[in-house]
Each structure stands twice: as structure tokens, then as C-alpha cells.
Write a protein that binds this ligand. Structure first.
Ligand code: NOJ
Ligand code: CA
Length: 714
């Protein structure tokens, strides 16, 4: 329900509107103040429970070849205030109903020398602020190029930040925890190698960024509804502790190509004095439009396995033959080429995974390296690289399709584009149609390497438009999308829930590329997951990668119990059991949790959380009475204390607790776990130790008396 209050006046004679405009959240705790400086520069500031969060910060744009830009000389000609209150049901999510309640202030500005209009729309929620710029249809503003967006976020001190280096092409970095003043000194070491990367500043960081203040506030800076605009990074002025927006440029250095009528994405500031509230915030989704797909019945959570980890670890290959240094679609003779004996996507191997999926109740099987073109797929700036339709000679598409169908398993398509984006767009319709013809309802797409058109960046406006085009077109074909290396999500899945996951961060694959920090997964939910789910690909049971591939000495910095907990703490409607079937067969009792764990949730409770240290979440599965709890722990061993008061009163449940054994450690002893079954009710309490890089996972199922016989009460 929207209620509107409009205050306006003739701008020539309007003095009342020159004073500061204030607006508070529905509960009054978050307060935003808008003010014009003497020179007509728009500014805002933000406070939470009376404490300053963002000091007076400038708003505006540097416009290319325009001496006035959209920076100053503004006056307020109108203000509109309104309130909004609704609840909506996501197609999938961490809860079945989301509350969307805010107070809104739209400030209509007129730039005096140019008579150009710009609206800044602020929405203040109980969990923070979102604001965006709007450019109404008008006489004096049509097309314009943003040279720089000059939105500031002036921090109140030298906060602790959980940051990854600002980069136009990748987010696949470990997080660094440091004071803002230390970013500059730590930048060089934080930039680790990637197949495509472009950093821009010694103090540039990416959103979603998490900050912790010395007086106990948690602040998340990000954006919502990134559409037809470049992704925003932040550059820090580390003398004044002020961030400024830094947009991803195109090949010519221009940032955004704008049209009036038009608007920017929302700039978001989530704030609380309790870290758990950052995880519970749905502001980013709320700032996106409601669902745009009429019939969403074909969109559903997917638990899957795949011919994948064996390639990531280097045990198998994506490519089929070693005969050629380069291959050309339609010309290279794959039929008569010598198979290389390491190709993973063979009919025989895929059937093994289908059998495994069917036996253990998985929905899907992903197969990578099934289509021709992988012999020279990256590093060659190759335009016509894949056609997404022609299988290698040892991958019998029809046989696999029929076999999967007979076993009740869905095949998941893989479209690696190798960032040849024009090539992907040329093939998109036929590739999606091909999927429908062969019974594939979900695709994992990927953008490894430098972008073609050459010189473009992964997060520039043109690419943001491409990822969106692929999502919307997929919706036409009723296809679910999981895009890797694409721009990080900004809540768009509210509108397009067929975007069931993204990668857009450092995923489990890096554990096989030398390892990730053991506390990485205690940071991601505060940062990357704010905008949408991640295809993190958890579930690794063999941490010594040399056991999978003797030539790879990587180590997975995690315990088995930690890997299990990820299915709860890293929310996603798409979850992989990423390890090899043979590794699951060695630990059938621990694997049981992955088989049991829910995928879609009625309710989520954030029991304990401190970024970089630990996260404990309890979730109730949709449509059952089952609960699942996950705890992930960072470098320091810790005892987690939780209450089961979320369970229904008067009911009895059996909890199966999968925890680190006493001597477990991510480095020395990652496979040491214990499983115990106990009887619990809503009065039960648990004190559970988690090892370094460890954690625990619990499944809690309602039980009747006869089932609990012989089990100890917690
Ligand atoms: C990088 C992706 O993140 C990974 O999952 C995939 O296997 C490779 N690209 C190949 O497409
Ligand atoms: Ca990747």
C-alpha cells in the first residue's frame, strides 16, 4: 500500500524547501537527511539509533563534454513523501514471505543554469537506506554520458573492512580484513592471479562491502537492481575515510550511457548494531521490482552432482584430444582425432554420475566439456569458440538424455562462453532451443577470460545488459540460469527468479587452485550473498587434492563438518555435492546430511554471527516440519551455544549432529568428524565446539515416541 504526500511550490519563490529534508525508517531508528550545500550540491547523511553512519556526502554526476555536469547549482522544486508496506512471496528463498516496509522521500531538483531536472529518491527501511537518481523526460536532457558518478559514502572513522580489490573483471579474490587506512598498503598482496583482471586504484574495493565500526555498528555498502548501467565499485579517500562510487568503464573509458527518461540502480547502505541483522536483511530484494514471469511453476530448487570436480582438480580434462594446437568449429575433424584418455564428459562416465544421482536422490547432473571447442578455449581471444550444440564423439547426447530420463534425473547444460559474448549472443536462441529439445531446464553459463568485444570489461554497462538479456531470454524458454564470472547479483532474482544462482565470488574451485582462507565462508554471507545466491559448490570430503590428482598439491582449507554446514549457511536454491562419487562412498554417514538437507525454506533464523569468525543459522524447510542448522567457524576454535526454542512446543524431534571431532583441524585433520543422534525439544540447548576451519551441521526431524527409544536426550 502506498500513501503519497506531495509538497511542492513554485521553484522561483520557494524558500521553505531549501532547508534540510529529513526522513526516518518506519521504526524511527534509521534517519536520513538530505541537504543542498550553498553552491547547490545535493548531499545526504545517515544515522542509526542516533549514531552517525554516513557523514554529509555529496551526490551527483560528472557528465562528459558538459561544463555544468550534474553536480551543483541545484535547487529543490518539489518533494514527495510516501510510505509503503507490503509482504511478498518469493518463488524460492530463505523464507516464504518477505516484508517490504519503508518511508520514501523523492527530492525533485532543478539545475538552475541548465533547467535540467534530476530526482533523488530515498527509501528508508528499518535495516537501512536505498537511494537512486532518476532523470525524467524533459526538454533539456536527452542522451548523456556519465564520465563519473560522484556518489559519496563518508565514513565516520577508520572502520574495519572486509574487502576484495576493486576490479573490472573478477570478484574471485579472498577477503582481506583490515582497517580502512590499511587498504592501500595491503592492496598489492590482495590482488591474486586471475584469467581476466583489471584493478584500478590502490584504494579501490568492490561491493558488497562489509564494515564494522569501533562502536559496534555493521554497515554493508552495495547496490540493488543493477540494470542497464555499469557495476559500481568504491574508491576510498583514505585521508577523509570517504568512499566514492567508481563505475566500470567501457573500452573507451566512458562509464554509463544514459537516456532521460531513465534511472540508476539503487545505492544501498544496510546498517545494524547486530551482525545477524545484516544476514537477515532483504532490503536488496525489496528494492527490485516484483516478479516479471507470469508462470513460475517451472522454477524450482536443484540439488546436483556433476562431471566437474575431476576437471577442476586436473584429474580429467574438458577437452577431448591433444592432436591439435588450435581447432575450428566445422573444420577440425574431431571424428578422426585421437581421444586423449583424460576427457571427463564421456558417455560412460556421465552414466556413472547419473547412476550416483539416482541412487542418492539428486535432482540433476551437470556435465562440462561435452561440446567441441575446449582444445583452445581460453587465452586466445577466440571469437567463434563454441557452438553450444555439437558434442564430442565420445558423448552420446541422445543416449545420455534417455538414460537420465529413465533414471528420473535431469541433465544440467553447460555453456562456457570463454567471454566471447557476441558469439554467445549469436547462438543464444538456438542453444536454448537445443536445450529444450533435449530436456535440459537449467544452464550453467560461464565467462572465463577477457571479454570479446575486445577491451570491454566483465562489469561494464554493455556486459551488464548482456547478462540480463541472457536471463530474460532464458525465461522465454523456461530455462533456469546459473551464471559464473558474470556481474555480482543485486537482488534481480526477485524480478527474474529463473536466475537461480551466480558464482561472482571466489568459489570452492579455488580450494583446488591452491586454497582459500579458512574463514572465507564466514564472510561471504555478509558480502556476496547480500545480492543473491551463490553456486558455491560445497561438499568436498577429500581435502588432500593430491589424492585426486597426484600433480595437484592443493589443500581444501576446511573440515568435513564445515563442508556440511555450508548447505545451510550459504543459502542457494541451487546446491551441488561437488566431490567425486568415490569420495562420498567413503563417508556414507556424513554424506547422509547432504542428501537430507532442505533446499527451500519457510523460515530462517540467524542464531550467531560475526564476520570473519563464525555464522550459525537455523532454517525450517518449506512443506515439512524439518529444521536444519549450520555453523561455520573461522581460524579460532570456538564453542557455539544455541537454543532450540525455535522448535514447536510440545513436539519431540530427533537431532542428528554432525560435528568436528575433538582433534579436527582444517589443516591437519579435516576428516575427523562425529555424528550423534539425540532427542530434542524446544527447551533443549546445545553447546558445541567447532574446530579451526570447522563447524557443525544438524538435521532435526519430528519423531514419535517409538523412534526415540534408546536415544539420549540432549
Ligand atoms: C570457471 C567456472 O567457475 C567453473 O565452474 C567452470 O568449471 C570453468 N569456468 C569452466 O567453464
Ligand atoms: Ca569461476
Amino acid at each position: 500500500m502506498k500513501q503519497l504526500l506531495m509538497l511542492s511550490c513554485l521553484w522561483l519563490s520557494c524558500t521553505a524547501l531549501a532547508v534540510a529534508q529529513k526522513i526516518a525508517s518506519p521504526n524511527g531508528e534509521v534517519q536520513m537527511q538530505f541537504e543542498l550545500l550553498k553552491d547547490g550540491t545535493p548531499t545526504y547523511s545517515l544515522s542509526y539509533k542516533g549514531k552517525p553512519v554516513v557523514k554529509s556526502s555529496k551526490l551527483g554526476f560528472k557528465i562528459k563534454d558538459d561544463e555544468n555536469s550534474l553536480l551543483n547549482d541545484f535547487e529543490v522544486i518539489e518533494r514527495e513523501e510516501s510510505t509503503f508496506d507490503e509482504s511478498w512471496e518469493p518463488v524460492w528463498g530463505e523464507e516464504s514471505e518477505i516484508q517490504n516496509t519503508y518511508n520514501e522521500l523523492a527530492v525533485v531538483l532543478n539545475q538552475k543554469p541548465t533547467s535540467r531536472e534530476m530526482i533523488i529518491r530515498f527509501r528508508v527501511f528499518n535495516d537501512g537506506l536505498g537511494f537512486r537518481y532518476e532523470f525524467p523526460q524533459q526538454e533539456n536532457l536527452g542522451h548523456f554520458i556519465v564520465e563519473d558518478e560522484k556518489t559519496q559514502f563518508a565514513m565516520t572513522g577508520d572502520h574495519t573492512a572486509f574487502w576484495i580489490p576493486g576490479d573490472y573483471d573478477t570478484q574471485e579474490y579472498d577477503y582481506t580484513e583490515s582497517k580502512l587506512s590499511e587498504i592501500r598498503g595491503l592492496m598489492a598482496n590482495s590482488i591474486t592471479d586471475n584469467l581476466s583482471q583489471t584493478s584500478f586504484s590502490d584504494t579501490g574495493v568492490q561491493t558488497s562491502l562489509l564494515l564494522r565500526t569501533d562502536d559496534g555498528l555493521y554497515i554493508n555498502l552495495h547496490e540493488a537492481a543493477l540494470l542497464d548501467y555499469p557495476a559500481m565499485h568504491l574508491d576510498l579517500d583514505d585521508e577523509n575515510m570517504t568512499f566514492e562510487s567508481w563505475l566500470t568503464p567501457d573500452v573507451t573509458g566512458n562509464k554509463a550511457y544514459m537516456i532521460a527518461p531513465g534511472k540508476t540502480p539503487w545505492r544501498t547502505i544496510i546498517v545494524s548494531d547486530d551482525a545477524r541483522d545484516i544476514l537477515a536483511s532483504r532490503m536488496t530484494y525489496n528494492l527490485n521490482d516484483p516478479v516479471a514471469i507470469d508462470d513460475t511453476s517451472w522454477i524450482r530448487p536443484v540439488k546436483y552432482v556433476g562431471v566437474w570436480w575431476e576437471m577442476i582438480t586436473g584429474k580429467s580434462s574438458w577437452h577431448y584430444t591433444n592432436d591439435f594446437p588450435a581447432v575450428k568449429l566445422g573444420e577440425t575433424d574431431f571424428e578422426n582425432a585421437t581421444p586423449n584418455d583424460t576427457h571427463g564428459a564421456t558417455t560412460r562416465n556421465v552414466k556413472r554420475y547419473i547412476d550416483f544421482a539416482a541412487k542418492h536422490g539428486f535432482d540433476g547432473v551437470l556435465v562440462e566439456g561435452w561440446n567441441i571447442g575446449w582444445e583452445d578455449w581460453f587465452g586466445n581471444s577466440k571469437d567463434y569458440v563454441f557452438d553450444f550444440m555439437t558434442p564430442y564423439p565420445d558423448f552420446d547426447l541422445e543416449e545420455i538424455r534417455d538414460y537420465a530420463k529413465s533414471k528420473g534425473v535431469e541433465m544440467i547444460m553447460h555453456h562456457e562462453t570463454s567471454s566471447s559474448v557476441r558469439n554467445y549472443e549469436r547462438h543464444l536462441d538456438s542453444a536454448y532451443q537445443f536445450m529444450k529439445d533435449h530436456g535440459y531446464n537449467a544452464v550453467k553459463s560461464g565467462y572465463v577470460g577477457d571479454i570479446l568485444p575486445r577491451g570491454e570489461n566483465h562489469y561494464s554497462q554493455w556486459l551488464v545488459d548482456h547478462y540480463q538479456y541472457a536471463i530474460e531470454k532464458a525465461a522465454d524458454y523456461e530455462i533456469m540460469v546459473n551464471a559464473h564470472e558474470a556481474v555480482r547479483p543485486t537482488g534481480i532474482a526477485r524480478t527474474w527468479p529463473n536466475l537461480i544462482a551466480n558464482e561472482s565470488a571466489r568459489g570452492t574451485e579455488y580450494q583446488a587452485f591452491g586454497g582459500s582462507k579458512p574463514n572465507h565462508v564466514t564472510v561471504l554471507p555478509f558480502t556476496r550473498l547480500i545480492g543473491g545466491p551463490m553456486d558455491y559448490t560445497p561438499g568436498i570430503f577429500e581435502m588432500d587434492i593430491s589424492k585426486v590428482n597426484p600433480e595437484n598439491d592443493s589443500w581444501v582449507n576446511s573440515t568435513i563438518a564445515n563442508q556440511l554446514a555450508l548447505y545451510v549457511t550459504m543459502y542457494s536454491p541451487l546446491q551441488m555435492a561437488a566431490d567425486l562419487p568415490e569420495n562420498y562412498e567413503r563417508f556414507p554417514d556424513a554424506f547422509q546430511f547432504i542428501k537430507d538437507v532442505g533446499m527451500d525454506w519457510q523460515k530462517s533464523l540467524y542464531l550467531e554471527a560475526e564476520p570473519g569468525d563464525y555464522i550459525t543459522i537455523a532454517r525450517k524447510e518449506k512443506g515439512t516440519n524439518d529444521w536444519f542448522v549450520g555453523n561455520v567457524n573461522g581460524e579460532t576454535p570456538r564453542t557455539s551455544k544455541i537454543k532450540f526454542d525455535f522448535l514447536d512446543a510440545g513436539k519431540t524431534y530427533i537431532a542428528t549432529i554432525y560435528s568436528d571431532a575433538k582433534n579436527a583441524h582444517y589443516k591437519d585433520n579435516p576428516q575427523a568428524y562425529e555424528i550423534k543422534k539425540v532427542v530434542v525439544n524446544n527447551k533443549s540447548k546445545l553447546s558445541q565446539r567447532s574446530a579451526a576451519g570447522g563447524g557443525y551441521a544438524i538435521s532435526i526431524m519430528e519423531a514419535d515416541k517409538s523412534e526415540t527409544r534408546g536415544l539420549r536426550k540432549l
